[in-house]
Write a protein that binds this ligand. Structure first.
Ligand SMILES: C[S@@+](CC[C@H](N)C(=O)[O-])C[C@H]1O[C@@H](n2cnc3c(N)ncnc32)[C@H](O)[C@@H]1O
Length: 215
């Protein structure tokens, strides 16, 4: 399984923003929507083996919200950023009066969250790592199989207390290179690296002659 946690620091948690100003008043919802798109969409399919959690932290608990998207069940995800932002906004709006999780659309669960708890919970995933420009190279990370559990930030870097929290988990910092990328580009690079690893593992597997007998 490929698991991604995105820390969204500025998107208004109430969903009170216009789709006409995603990069401004919507607190960089444009980039959050692009992360959703790069996490799941392929040329003519969706990545069913991917789960994305977004922590909307612009306001502290009880206002903070978590959206969890599961590729196995996801529907209504179009490749364009505006309709993806609308999907997320509708989920946030629907969640305002609720004190529990709800499936706002197929494969998309939204609910109130303690972002500190949620971050620590994700960091306990086996092999979890934190993406930052200053870390060990991704290529040096071995033994993770075809999956990963990666934490990354939206265009606003984690504030000091969150950085401290991440450090306290002891999970490795992993770098995708010396150049600071957009969050959505990081997701593309991650998928690409693990796609290559999966392909080379499949190529190295001994062939099963029985499986090649087509009746
Ligand atoms: C747009 S960057 C954050 C802003 C950036 N630090 C800056 O100075 O403008 C968004 C996030 O993507 C991840 N990221 C960006 N470039 C990276 C890289 N080269 N290696 C690993 N993670 C990266 C980090 O999690 C980062 O917080």
């Amino acid at each position: 399984m490929r698991r991604i946690l995105l820390l969204a620091h500025r998107v208004p948690v109430s969903g009170a923003f216009t789709l006409n100003d995603l990069a401004g008043g919507a607190g960089r919802m444009d980039e959050v929507a692009r992360v959703v798109s790069t996490a799941f969409t392929l040329s003519n399919d969706l990545r069913r083996d991917t789960e994305l959690t977004i922590l909307f932290e612009a306001e502290p608990p009880p206002a903070a919200r978590r959206i969890r998207l599961s590729g196995a069940n996801l529907r209504h995800l179009n490749p364009d950023e505006r309709s993806t932002a609308a999907l997320l906004k509708n989920a946030l709006v629907r969640s305002i009066p609720l004190e529990r999780d709800v499936e706002a659309s197929p494969g998309l669960i939204v609910g109130p969250v303690d972002p500190v708890e949620a971050l620590l919970e994700f960091a306990r995933e086996p092999g979890a790592f934190w993406l930052t420009e200053r870390g060990v190279p991704l290529r040096s990370l071995v033994g993770t199989g075809d999956g990963f559990s990666a934490i990354l930030s939206d265009p606003t870097d984690p504030p000091p207390e969150e950085l401290h929290r991440l450090e306290s988990t002891g999970i490795p910092r992993v770098s995708l290179g010396p150049i600071s990328l957009r969050s959505s580009q990081c997701v593309d690079v991650l998928h690409h690296e693990f796609d290559l690893r999966a392909a080379s593992r499949a190529a190295a597997r001994p062939r099963d002659p029985a499986a090649e007998l087509v009746g």
